[in-house]
Design a protein around this ligand. Structure first.
Ligand code: G4P
Length: 193
């Protein structure tokens, strides 16, 4: 998607061969109108999938997920990384490893916010190794619902996330696909037209 690629070229910073900083419009300060445009694009891409809810993983996925849900006119559900002490009732949980950050967390979904008829669109900001998305898919499938699509803002195509998700049978749409990073260098995957 040219809109996001152009913005990354303008405001993104390649820190190293693995990390792209986009804190000025996605991860820290959020460009709300730009996010609305990205949300509209996700909604358009997945409009035939019968989506009933948009799911995301806290925290940076929330802004694009909210905009997407608003355009699809469905609720947005936040998968938590920490179990709240006041969250009583049935929960689905699975452990997720973050290789980028070298940490792990217990991804948690309150059972009241999912049912077997749900067709879910998962939205997240980055796709690296696909650990977070695979964790979300485990929770969704445990609840008996369907993961109907995965929308990603920035896919690091040189890491294995997309391959894993596609091999698991999921439809993945990434708005920007980064082929290569290095300090000061950002190259995108050339899409066939
Ligand atoms: P994976 O789920 O695809 O395997 O990704 P991984 O665990 O490696 O990524 C973990 C965290 O690191 C995620 O944020 C993800 O958004 C972030 N991340 C991965 N690659 C990059 C990158 O190149 N640049 C930036 N800025 N972030 C990256 P998180 O822990 O969920 O944090 P949050 O920002 O959503 O709160």
């Amino acid at each position: 998607m040219k809109l996001l690629e152009d913005r990354i070229r303008k405001d993104g910073q390649a820190e190293s061969s693995t990390v792209l900083k986009v804190g000025s419009f996605i991860n820290h300060q959020v460009d709300s109108q730009f996010m609305d445009q990205l949300g509209r694009d996700f909604a358009r891409h997945f409009k035939e999938e019968g989506i009933t809810k948009v799911f995301t993983i806290e925290s940076s996925g929330i802004a694009p997920a909210m905009m997407t849900a608003a355009h699809l006119k469905v609720p947005m559900v936040i998968l938590k990384k920490q179990t709240s002490k006041i969250l009583d009732g049935e929960v689905y949980q699975t452990r997720v490893m973050s290789f980028t950050k070298g940490t792990s967390y217990e991804l948690t979904l309150f059972a009241d916010y999912i049912n077997k008829e749900d067709r879910i669109l998962l939205i997240d900001d980055f796709l690296a190794n696909g650990e977070a998305a695979m964790g979300a898919s485990r929770l969704i499938e445990e609840a008996g619902a369907t993961l109907a699509g995965i929308g990603i803002l920035i896919e690091k195509s040189f890491q294995k996330g997309r391959k894993r998700l596609e091999e698991a049978g999921y439809k993945v749409y990434s708005q920007a696909r980064v082929a290569r990073l290095d300090k000061g260098l950002i190259e995108f995957v050339e899409e066939e037209s």
